[in-house]
Design a protein around this ligand. Sequence first.
Ligand code: APR
Length: 402
Amino acid sequence: MTDRQTSTAPHGSADVVILGAGPAGLTLGNLLLAAGIDCVVLERADRAHVQTRARAGFLAANTVRVLDRHGLAEGLHRRGIPHGTCEFRTEVGRFRLDYGTLGRGEQHTVYPQQDLVTDLLTHYLAAGGRIHFETEALTVDDAAGARPTVTVRAADGRPGRWQARYVAGCDGRHGAARRSLPSTARRHHRDHGVSWLGLLAEAPPSLDAVGYALHGRGFAGHMARTAEVTRYYLQCERGAAPDAWSQERIWEELGLRMGAADHGPLRQGRIFQRSVIDLQSDVIEPLRHGSLLLAGDAASLPAPAAAKGANLAVLEAELLAEALIDDLSHGDPATLDRYSRRCLAHIWRAQEFSHWMIQLLHAPLGSDEESHFHASLRRSRIESLRTSRTHQDWFAENYVGI
Ligand code: APR
């Protein structure tokens, strides 16, 4: 691995310039490189940040299949933890769904995103891939034509320009690709009006399942990350400050909502990461604007209620690689023309299920008739999930499926 491969570089060219070194950008880079496509990844952050940023960690069966297909799954097979059980806790009791045995019989693999990104990066560099860290994309210009350019700012502030045949916008929802979309692009946006305090605790998981607590005081969630680290969510006021809650108050509230008095205490530990997440969803349509193509969070943001983000990113990266290879290696633009439509089918399915989960997990606030009506619908929904095999199969298929 040479410095030429990774240091900031304001100028250059490639057939495919990939913006962003997250799951979408690095999966795409590996697949294009393996097909002999001339590509480069431009990443705003430095390497250490990219490899240590803790975010998602629930990989769907399809994601494992895609990574397996391309020889990128060694790390997750060695260190990933198979996962196939949810536990719903309500104020009247609890029930478990072994979703790995329901629906299509698929399960998740718990594998921290930073480990996946590190594996993808290591594989990409070992294969001779070009990536320039601390190179921030500012705009994508002339995307309507066949020679788009990306203007960048290097680590030392020098402006620069990268020439491309195609630009793959994998730089998230606040990246240069989204900022450079033509006015014809449609952005569907939904604010679900719910906020979560997202937490990472140095504590072993307290359940051998994803825990969803549906409580009158608000939602609480429990997701294993590793044998020593657990992700928790606590529904909180919109605009709450992440540091407004003391560690003691967080564990007390988690215990209350998770029903620790009835189901056993939670295993506590130092909370080392916290953030407030406003549950929002958005989708860009179409995902292709001439020579600019979107994938991952740049294409759509599902609310984090159903662990779809990273899984959509990998699925879209494979579809985009296939389309670019067909065009650049075989002169066949047909797959590229279908790219947006193929992805949007998966994206809207994920959005639909995320929306359903948000309705399930959160009690309607307020005491008016509308809220009572929705609260009754919610109780009926959870009861169907507890008792109906058909509902359980539907849940499992959509919970893991993508
Ligand atoms: N120029 C270059 N790089 C950029 C720019 C920019 N202007 N803006 C953002 N980036 C980089 C970020 O630093 C990040 O490394 O783009 C990358 C985007 O990666 P992710 O946010 O991980 O997005 P994506 O690959 O689409 O994966 C999406 O993974 O993070 C989870 O759950 C999350 O759903 C999400 C999924």
